[in-house]
Design a protein around this ligand. Structure first.
Ligand code: ACO
Length: 357
């Protein structure tokens, strides 16, 4: 099968910061609790829609690949917080970036969405018919948060990351992967009444519900075990792994996963302190930052690992190609905004703070 190689990468995080100190003003929590239990210090709150962040990340990824929007055959947007149910966020992105030749569709595997998308893109390129795929992970999670619920509101943030995958004869790309789902425990991490099961009405509550401790337990096992299996399937030893880029949900989950793998902390990429959990966007944002920081070099063996609502889990071994330098840069950006994180989340406080059920 033809290899599919990442040739472009980019991220877009909105400017408004919501700090732990900000959260202390709206719910009974503390910076100390959040930092020690999750590793999160602040997160970003978007003043625009999911597709706006996705489009900017996508244009930045295209520029590093030296491509134009018209070069793209397929746009995949991994998201569980779409602008609308119809059309797909990918269709909106297609229009916003002017990629008129591309087919476009969304993919929802919650926080595992980027790896599900990576494998989908790789299979579609490998099977033929698609040469260049723009894969974006983008989320506006704050829209689905009750900021008076301290058990969920401190965890999530907004942002987007993107990669371009191209068909290639280079000895690079996804070496092995595992995608999994256990729908029997879907209710431990979900947004109830956010689709056809919800009664229509102006006060319908659509917020993240999570049984944190149970998700935590399953996450460590699923990410660690799936990573072990894909490393073995790729014919690699632990020493061959240069970098683990895990889904950024909780520093304790990341550290426990690394311990389970017996991977030295220096080989684990962590940026959760700055962004919190941005679901499908955490891995492409982290990948972009890892490249910018020189943590990836030609031929690096990278392990991606994630878990999320579904429950879903995913892991993949990816061998980086020969090019690490961007071929170009983009001046694409979000419209400016002076609004603070607290100001942007005020509508949620107004709604859910009144006990809307
Ligand atoms: N501030 C202060 N206290 C808090 C907070 C908070 N923000 N949240 C919970 N607490 C309290 C609880 O009420 C509890 O108090 P009690 O002992 O008086 O009852 C105490 O802290 C301990 O609560 P736990 O839920 O047991 O805390 P835990 O150590 O499990 O941490 C957390 C909770 C951070 C949610 C953790 O379980 C976790 O990270 N779970 C996984 C979440 C996750 O990764 N989700 C990702 C998937 S998201 C997706 O797919 C879209």
């Amino acid at each position: 099968m033809r290899n599919a190689v990442i040739t472009g990468w980019g991220k877009c995080v909105p400017p408004a910061v919501l700090s732990n100190a900000d959260l202390e003003t709206v719910t009974e929590t503390s910076d100390e609790w959040i930092v020690t239990r999750t590793g999160i210090r602040e997160r970003r709150i978007s003043h625009v829609e999911t597709s706006d962040m996705a489009a900017v990340a996508g244009l930045r990824a295209l520029a590093t690949a030296g491509l134009e929007p018209d070069d793209i055959d397929l746009i995949l947007v991994a998201t569980c917080t779409p602008d609308r149910l119809i059309p797909s966020t990918a269709a909106i992105v297609q229009d916003k970036i002017g990629a008129g030749r591309a087919a476009a569709m969304d993919l929802n595997a919650a926080c595992s969405g980027f790896i599900f998308g990576l494998v989908t893109a790789r299979q579609m390129i490998g099977a033929g018919g698609f040469e260049r795929v723009l894969l974006i992970g983008a989320e506006k999670l704050h829209y689905f948060l009750d900021f008076t619920d301290r058990s969920t509101s401190v965890l999530f943030g907004d942002g987007a990351g993107a990669v371009v995958l191209e068909g290639s004869d280079e000895d690079a790309g996804v070496r092995s992967f595992e995608l999994g789902t256990d729908g029997s425990v879907a209710d431990i991490l979900c947004v109830p009444r956010s689709g056809t099961e919800g009664a229509p009405g102006p006060d319908r509550r659509m917020v993240v519900h999570m049984e944190g401790a149970e998700v935590f337990r399953r996450a460590v096992a699923a990410m660690g075990d799936a990573s072990t299996r894909v490393i073995e399937e790729a014919g690699l030893e632990l020493d061959d792994i240069d970098l683990l880029i895990p889904h950024q949900a909780n520093i304790r989950i990341i550290e426990a996963t690394a311990r389970r793998l017996r991977l030295h902390p220096s080989k684990v990429f962590v940026n959760i302190a700055s962004y919190g959990n941005t679901s499908a966007a955490t891995i492409p944002i982290a990948l972009t930052e890892a490249i910018d920081e020189g943590r990836i070099t030609p031929g690096s063996n990278i392990v991606f690992a994630a878990f999320g609502g579904g429950l879903t889990w995913a892991a993949a071994v990816y061998r980086w190609g020969s090019r690490i330098e961007p071929l170009g840069s983009s001046d694409a950006d979000l419209p400016p905004s002076d609004a603070s994180g607290l100001e942007l989340m005020q509508p949620n406080i107004d709604l859910y703070g009144m006990g809307v059920q």
